[in-house]
Write a protein that binds this ligand. Structure first.
Ligand code: BTN
Length: 250
């Protein structure tokens, strides 16, 4: 199978790299294709949110995957993408980010990278995954829209080091490829354990979410073998969060 990034399409501006790939069947047929954009006018985040794009300040790209592993492993891909970004930040910049389930990459409690994994079907109905990654590289939080400034940061701001987006892209792709190969080889449990090493779990953070019985709060304390989040409630019971539709109180 060709390596991730075997073909890279570079765009000055696009609505959303994920949408572009999903809308073009020919792109979806190219495993490892990467589409990078300097600016996105309609960048999308998880749960229908917007992803704010600042021209030239972020590394924003989508990777096409033809998953060689079963659908039961698809939820783990988003976690592994976060792990790949964390590993690449360590390797390239010497900073160790935290991972906020399911896949936000955080530095000093602020988001530095968001990940959106979307599924589709390609030729013959075979499953395709599009892994969209946006990393705030250059500039300061003050450059972003006012309502976001308290919640995000950039690699350059936190490390005071020059950030080479091209080197970062290559390292993220290498790390992601290595992790996905291990997933296909059945090494999921060990990688989720690695994720836990970066994960904000059992460190006093609280999450809020809605159940059929109403709103609940609890403490995230672990992952299931699938990569779902185990949340401990005040009454001692545990609930499993699958979809990531929960609010972190931090
Ligand atoms: C999130 O934080 O909710 C996910 C943000 C994902 C942003 C990336 S940037 C590249 C790709 N294209 C998009 O429209 N979104 C993802």
């Amino acid at each position: 199978m060709p390596a991730l990034g075997n073909e890279i399409i570079r765009l000055e501006e696009v609505a959303s790299t994920n949408s572009l790939v999903l809308e073009r069947p020919a792109y979806l047929e190219r495993h490892g294709l990467v589409v990078v954009a300097r600016h996105q006018t309609g960048g999308r985040g998880r749960m229908g949110r917007r992803w704010a794009s600042l021209p030239g300040r972020q590394l924003q790209f989508s990777v096409v995957l033809h998953p060689p592993f079963p659908t039961a492993d698809f939820p783990a891909v988003a976690l592994l993408a976060g792990l790949a970004v964390a590993q690449a930040c360590e390797e390239e910049l010497g900073v160790r980010p935290d991972l906020k389930w399911p896949n936000d990459v955080m530095l000093v409690g602020r988001k530095v990278c968001g990940i959106l994994v979307e599924g589709s079907s390609g030729a013959g109905g075979r499953p395709r995954l599009v892994v969209g990654i946006g990393i705030n590289c250059q500039g300061d939080p003050g450059d972003f829209p006012a309502e976001l400034q308290a919640h995000l940061t950039t690699l350059a701001h936190e490390t005071s080091r020059p950030v080479d987006p091209e080197a970062l892209l290559q390292t993220v792709l290498e790390r992601l490829e290595a992790l996905l190969e291990r997933l296909a080889a059945g090494d999921k449990a060990a990688m989720l354990e690695q994720w836990r090493g970066y994960g904000l779990l059992g460190e006093g953070q609280r999450v809020r979410f809605t159940t059929q019985q109403g709103p609940r709060e609890g403490i995230p304390e672990g992952l299931t073998p699938e990569g779902y989040l185990i949340v401990r409630l005040p009454d001692g019971s545990a609930v499993i969060q699958v979809s990531g539709e929960l609010e972190w109180m931090m």
